[in-house]
Design a protein. Sequence first.
Length: 365
Amino acid sequence: MTRAYNFSPGPAALPETVLRQAQADMLEFGDAGASIVEISHRGPEFLELARQAEADLRNLIEIPDDYAVLFPAGGATTQQALIALNFAAAGQRVDYVVSGHWGRTALKQLVSVDVNVAASGEADGFRTIPARESWRLSKDAAYVHVTANETIHGVEFRPAWGQVPPDTGDVPLFADFSSSIASEPIEVSKYGLIYAGAQKNLGPVGISVVIVRRDLLERAGQPRADIFDYRSQLKGESMLNTPPTWNWYLLGQTVRWMIDEGGTAEFDRRSDVKSTLLYGAIDGSGGFYRNEVAPEVRSRMNVPFFLPDAALDGAFLSGAREAGLIGLKGHRVLGGMRASIYNAMPVEGVQALVDYMQEFQKRHG
Ligand code: PMP
């Protein structure tokens, strides 16, 4: 068996070292006498694993002590619903900046709050992010929500766009970091809340990470069941009910791998190398391949691109498969191709893709 280079947007490629360790721990975890998926979440082995995963994540992302970390079951969409319930009073204003599909999805999760779309890139096909000066923010908003990286549209807040993160004054900034967390150092203290589904840079699907300034947890929010209450979840160490132990384990292993590889500074460097290589190949193709995103907000994690004729898409994908490159089909919202090049994707994988793209162009250009 040979493993292909996997450009899937999520669930996405995991480091091979993590998968090999998981293979062993699936049979027997340390000296627990059973596999990692067969032991109690209340037992000493799992509690130690959970403690270590949080300590490692705090170390990797440099999370200050006045921020709590939650590991809720489920994905980012669930957090999009829960943040409004936990941090906005009924009828209170919430500000959203929509820079792509996932920002739009976040809006759909809102009930019984007063939604203000402060800015949107939709009129421009989400090829740009509206300049900070054009945002119509509300003074009394519970929070301002942004999507740090739009996984489908390939649009990311980059320094070339302006001040990142954008200044929102006294209103806390909430950010969906699902597809770019740990791809570079960030200043957590500039955010009120950061959330991410794990299935891109942090490991497997089925678990999320929420990093929240502790004082915000004092807010009353809206009536909600205890299980949907972040404050209760924190008190219960994200184990109010049986947590997804396997997913939590894989997340912990992936975080540890990122630390061993050199941390966020190293992944920042690699992301520059990989994305420069791929965008260079697209822009240098004489128009055969196209990426339509404004250069200052091009994502380093998700690179959508189009062939000159959609009739070539099938041939491109099947040839890619034969060349050991998978997961390149674009999202149905955009069509075309998309290469997701998260932390677990080596530079060699991107080089193999670029080589294949050039060869395909020779045959079909
Ligand atoms: N936000 C972003 C930026 C995403 O990429 C995704 C999933 N691709 C989501 C939210 C939704 O995540 P989930 O499927 O885990 O609910």
